[in-house]
Design a protein around this ligand. Sequence first.
Ligand code: HPA
Length: 285
Amino acid sequence: MTMDQALLRQAVEQVRQRWPQVRPRAGLILGSGWDGALEAFQVRDTLAYAELPGLGAAAVDGHAGRLCWAACGGVETLVFQGRRHFYEGADWTPVALPVFLLRQLGAELLVLTNAAGGLHPDLDAGDLMIITDHLNLMGDHPLIGPHDPAWGPRFPDLSQVYCLRLGQRLERIFQTLHLPVRCGVYAAVTGPTYETPAEVRMLRGLGADAVGMSTVPEALLARAAGLRVAGISCIANRAAGLQPRPLTHEDVMETTRALLPKLRAVLEQFWKELPHELSPTHPVA
Ligand code: HPA
């Protein structure tokens, strides 16, 4: 599968038409159960995903499917309330669109959030993990296809996808707020089934600490396109076979939602500190 570059450019034009003043400096994609984290932001206006060419209607329970023009700590931000997933079966366009939009509108960094299954013995339901690296086990890649220089070089370097400084800043914020957090490797699989216990053992053996069905495509696209990336996983459950009950999307949503006050507090503080991370002059889009 590939992505439709023309459609991506149309979406950028659409947003520019609707919001001629939009100049985001950062982006935030809210994963399963994270929608309420938007409350950390002041929202200026919203656009339904259905109104954006290439993004369409978000099809997953618990995802609002809205693009929010927002700010927090004085930092103008595009918040994607709900993400599109590879398992929905469209091409990569809807997954790539938020990253492309941010790049074209001049944003410098992207924070990715998700719900994930815990593989590391210390990662239990309700724990939080700062993503330090990833395994792309989706069996596909959003940059397969004709090379578009908007996505960086033909062979982008991924030796540090998740910005070390942003990760350390997040870790400090968690500590200051007295919230336990771990750092770890996130493995992305396609879903939509959860894993089998044998797959979970394999993933652990491969070095993954958590597993989920998102984030990696956006992270590698953003890195390729020159954005700095941070990622936070809410561990919604122990992965299959490591907990006594079968996994359900409802449980995943519920565990993540229960953590929302903490997640909001972390994001709010992170955004307050973001001016230290952004370049002093805003790049012209
Ligand atoms: N596996 C994959 N994706 C997930 C899980 C899981 O256990 N929990 C939440 N998203």
